[in-house]
Design a protein around this ligand. Structure first.
Ligand code: FAD
Length: 338
């Protein structure tokens, strides 16, 4: 069922820059709703390098990417942001009163006075294996490229495919949720963390996970919903396996996606902005972080944080054209609640 949300700023993208924008907007008493196509917050930091140390965040000689995301979530807690996760913002409409209506891939509508696009490299889209008719089982009919809610798979017969961290981590987790888990991998060694690969092997030895190496899932079958997959070994032997769900986890690639179709001025697949306040060519729409471009742009978290601060000032002026904002330090203001 679709639902409707109303807010001051709709932030598209829950990467570090989108999250920090909630803080800067909150200081100006602007409410934020954050939407991300991924099921978790943190953008590239959570999706690509959660365990990598970052050395160029002021005040932190080093901090793991995952810990920075957790800290940002703590920092914005007082402002009570709301989130829609696992849904991609697809369309925007400008309403007669100058406000905006955004619609997500799942039909959620967000009514907002301004938009801050913090979409990073764009929305991450799954790399799909080349299997005939795979798309016929998408949309809840048995093929999933992401695990949004593990409970979807409770007591099911699952086939997971892939050899990276996601495939290993979800195999370990879902072994306790699903009735039966088979992990199919085209090679014999895994690209994911050695520790996770060992855990999967231990689950296999304990009879909790079936491991099919040097093989690929080559066909999917079912009448309306998925019923079976064919696994083909590198040597050519095939096996048909009855399943409820097939989860190919071959990574995600970022694509600018629908934002590229909104008529905003672009350059090299990035949104052009005015560095005064990071506004785009459409009044009321701002773009911050990796998704924007301007002379001298650096794709760094630090630079995105600065952009978020100026964007919030710009959004405040757009929403309150007659009010004057006087900058105060957070030590004077405190961290206000809404
Ligand atoms: P992202 O982190 O890319 O987040 C954008 C989010 O927007 C994504 O979650 C995406 O799903 C979402 N999104 C996009 N379009 C839509 C849509 N239509 N609807 C809904 N959601 C959408 N930077 C540093 O400063 N220091 C470092 O040490 C450093 N190390 C790095 C190491 C690696 C391996 C990589 C890949 C990058 C590194 N970076 C580093 C760069 C840094 O990660 C980026 O600058 C930062 O993530 C940009 O943040 P962001 O919030 O703009 O975008």
């Amino acid at each position: 069922m679709s639902n409707s949300i109303s807010t001051d700023i709709c932030i598209i993208g829950a990467g570090p820059v989108g999250l920090f924008a909630v803080f800067e907007a909150g200081l100006l008493k602007l409410r934020c709703h954050v939407v991300d196509a991924l099921p978790q917050v943190g953008g590239q930091l959570s999706e690509i390098y959660p365990k990598k140390p970052i050395y160029d965040i002021p005040g932190f000689p080093d901090i793991l990417a995952g810990d920075l995301v957790r800290n940002l979530m703590r920092q914005i807690e007082p402002f009570h942001p709301t989130f829609t996760l696992g849904e991609r913002v697809e369309h925007f409409r400008k309403l007669d009163d100058g406000t905006f209506a955004l619609t997500t891939s799942d039909g959620t509508e967000i009514l907002c006075k301004t938009i801050a696009i913090a979409g990073g490299l764009g929305s991450f889209e799954p790399r799909k294996p080349a299997i005939d008719s795979l798309d016929a089982y998408e949309g809840g009919k048995g093929v999933y490229y992401m695990v949004r809610d593990p409970e979807t798979f409770r007591d099911q017969r699952l086939v997971i495919a892939g050899g990276g961290d996601s495939a290993l981590d979800w195999t370990i987790f879902l072994a306790d949720v699903a009735k039966e888990v088979t992990l199919v991998h085209r090679g014999t060694t895994f690209r994911g963390a050695a520790d996770s690969a060992e855990k999967v092997k231990a689950l296999h030895d304990a009879g909790k996970v079936r491991l099919v190496l040097s093989s690929n899932v080559t066909h999917v079958h079912g009448d309306g919903a998925l019923e079976a997959v064919t696994i083909t070994a590198n040597g050519g032997e095939t096996e048909s396996l009855p399943v409820d769900s097939f989860i190919p986890l071959f990574g995600l690639t970022p694509k600018l996606g629908p934002i590229g179709e909104w008529g905003l001025e672009l350059e090299d697949d990035a949104v052009k902005v005015n560095t005064l306040d990071y506004s785009t060519s459409e009044p009321g729409i701002f773009a911050i972080g990796d998704i924007n471009t301007y002379p001298g742009k650096l794709k760094l978290i630090l630079c995105g944080f600065h952009e978020a601060a100026l964007m919030a000032q710009g959004a405040f002026k757009h929403i309150n054209p007659d009010k004057k904002y006087v900058l105060k330090y957070t030590t004077v203001n405190g961290v206000p609640t809404l």
